[in-house]
Design a protein around this ligand. Structure first.
Ligand code: ADP
Ligand code: MG
Length: 324
């Protein structure tokens, strides 16, 4: 069947959470990551069959970038050149982009869907004056002893912090993205009818120099939902969907009073956020991103379970966030 390009269908940016590529703990086979991706990509191909044409896919990279960073730490005596974190993020975008692009082709062939997708290595501009650089609060990589932590801080200028009695971990800043460098490329590829994969792991953080050019990558990580909301706004996406491990954003999460938020305006979500209903580093950035998106011209943002993509788009489940 040929996909219909019905003008009635909204353009979409779908952000896959870390669970989209999750493989069983016991899995040692690279192929399993392809199988895991297959489930999510089938859902997307299903949407294309339903007439959705303009789709951007973004994804997290937490476990992948953690492993890339760890492999390098374990082989640092053999390969002493320190690969900086921006390059680790780029590596993770490459490997995840490849898996998604490969699986997309295979699933489309299987389902008779005539679409191509491309993965775009994506950089996001951040501000050197962002307060996150004064307060690195995102832990990455392995645990170190107090002596190793002291030495790494001295030798490499890292910030390390004790983590709940389990040892010391490297802490990196998580600044706000200001601009997606490749936004016009996303727009052009969409206009030409391609599905576009990008902003992996929130994008590679970079500084712009005074002349407006890009200076260099930065040792930081960006929340993928924040980068996704920014990109969706910049390229005029109608509907921004964040797929994750829970069915809704909840009030009083994990308490006996827990209740799902089925539909809310940006202002209502802001009130819930100020009352502390959403945890830092997980649900809070999703809610902030949803608010930012609908206030930058987006029509609807959705937070839903990874398995509920179509029903969530139909408004049957998930937290539906609309402009004020
Ligand atoms: P992702 O990889 O999808 O970004 P995160 O772990 O960053 O996943 O965010 C989703 C998680 O947020 C949920 O699995 C849940 O544990 C947590 N969470 C925190 N507060 C809430 C809330 N109020 N409602 C629902 N989930 C919440
Ligand atoms: Mg997250």
């Amino acid at each position: 069947m040929q996909p219909k390009n019905s003008p009635a269908k909204p353009s979409l940016l779908i952000a896959f959470g870390g669970n989209a590529l999750e493989t069983p703990e016991s899995s040692n086979r690279q192929r399993d990551e392809f199988f895991a991706a297959r489930r999510s990509i089938r859902e997307v191909a299903g949407l294309i069959k339903n007439g959705y044409g303009k789709i951007v896919l973004t994804h997290g990279n937490g476990p992948q970038v953690g492993r890339i960073f760890l492999q390098q730490e374990l082989t640092k005596n053999e390969f002493p050149r320190q690969v900086t974190l921006d390059v680790c993020v780029a590596d993770s975008q490459g490997r995840i982009g490849y898996i998604l692009q490969n699986v997309f082709d295979s699933v489309c062939a299987e389902l008779g869907v005539n679409k191509k997708c491309y993965a775009v290595i994506t950089q996001a501009v951040v501000d050197p004056g962002d307060p996150a650089f004064q307060n690195p609060d995102k832990p990455i990589g392995v645990f170190y002893s107090a002596e190793d932590a002291e030495r790494l801080a001295r030798e490499r200028g890292w910030v390390l912090r004790e983590d709940a009695g389990r040892g010391y971990r490297r802490m990196v800043p998580s600044p706000k993205p200001l601009e997606i460098v490749e936004k016009n490329l996303f727009q052009n590829l969409l206009d030409q009818g391609f599905i576009v994969i990008g902003a992996g792991g929130g994008g590679i953080p970079v500084f712009r120099d005074a002349s407006g050019g890009l200076s260099h990558g930065v040792e930081a990580v960006i929340d993928k939902d924040r980068a996704s909301a920014l990109l969706a706004g910049e390229i005029g996406i109608d509907c921004f969907v964040m797929l994750t491990a829970v069915d809704y954003a909840y009030l009083d999460y994990n308490s006996p009073r827990q209740s799902p938020i089925k539909s809310a305006t940006a202002e209502e979500m802001e009130t819930y956020m100020e009352l502390g209903h959403f945890l830092e580093g997980s649900m809070k950035p999703k809610v902030e991103s949803a608010i930012q998106f609908v206030r930058s011209g987006g029509k609807r943002a959705i937070i839903a379970n990874l398995n509920d993509l179509l029903p969530a788009l139909e408004g049957k489940t998930g937290t539906q966030i609309v402009p004020d």
